[in-house]
Design a protein around this ligand. Sequence first.
Ligand code: NAD
Ligand code: WQD
Length: 351
Amino acid sequence: MRKTTLITGGAGYIGSHTAVALINAGHRVLVLDNLCNSCRECIARLELLTHTRVDFINGDIGDSILLDKIFSRYDIDAVVHFASLKSVEESIRKPLDYYANNVAGTLNLCRAMARHKVFNLVFSSSATVYGDPAKTPIPEDIGTGKPVNPYGRTKLMIEELLTDLCYADPRWSVGLLRYFNPIGAHESGMIGEDPSGRPNNLLPCLTQVAIGRIPELTVYGCDYPTVDGTCVRDYIHVVDLAHGHLKALEVLHEKGGINAWNLGTGVGYSVLQIIQSFEDITGISIPYRFAPRRVGDIAKCWADPRKAGRELGWTAQRDLEQMIVDTWRWQSRNPLGYRSPCVIPSLMTVK
Ligand code: NAD
Ligand code: WQD
């Protein structure tokens, strides 16, 4: 039986792009997702995009019986673990849901992996584990800080859980991938970010203004100590992020223990710079108004990505223009996300 990579949360935004990268690199993948923030249409599009049948199980990482069946039935040699709730705002209202789903769910997954002797794990962590960093760019060895919301605390708790696990049992090999701000979409325009309900992140809000679904963009804060008073972030193309997982998987097969890697570009852009770039690239003007600072936002956050460069042989390849072009292609072709009819690029060019 061919070795399989289990992708939890593989019907979601980053997981689906990583599935494409892994399939294109020759991996056999199995997607496990409970579809709480995604839909089957994403899997259908993955199949169209990769010309492959994608094994998909609609299920929950909290379901031990299901996990035992999966690990018994497939020859899994690594898990890429995206499954998580991810809304900062919701985590403040429903902390128990976040600790149960993210922390207890990961614990359950690790127990099942150990039962079936699968010890390679790539975990979706976040720059949020640095809290409000003492300096930028942020290197991994600055140490973790104090995340300012329950979502961020679940990520830090999981990192600590996985670190303890690696110290206790040298068979484990774990990559903590600390993503900065993922944006963009696959260049085909067939898969992308499809937030349910009103989005909170900058790019989904901006593109929804551009398509007329939201009347204006609210810019939170204009008095930060930054280039123009608005917050600065390290935006990274989701396809670059996906390739980082591929590299991490390759390295983890040889390298044991716990390893943290920043996945960012090393370049920061302010909110106003993002709006200006979007307008310049698409020709669409974005009405916006300033509002008070959003609780929990930090002024500046961008990565020192050199450790990932040295140890994974990975650097982000796509610049801000590409991120915006691809985000806009996805959003304009799929104004209703995955509920929009699928446009297959290769068919469009056939006369
Ligand atoms: P997403 O919501 O699009 O994908 C997560 C997927 O996990 C969804 O498809 C959801 O249905 C599934 N899921 C959630 N709980 C599950 C469970 N208990 N069992 C099975 N499936 C479950 O989110 P995303 O943006 O693709 O994020 C992927 C990972 O990256 C998450 O762990 C997230 O915390 C982390 N992350 C995201 C960002 C970001 O800005 N998008 C930044 C840093 C880290
Ligand atoms: C970016 C900037 C906002 C929306 C969050 C999570 C983090 C990680 C990534 C998962 C900020 C401003 C936003 C809007 C705005 N997720 N903004 N108007 O806050 O850096 O990170 O997503 O791990 O944990 O906290 O990203 O896209 O929400 O905001 O002015 O309508 O855009 O204030 O300065 P953030 P974001």
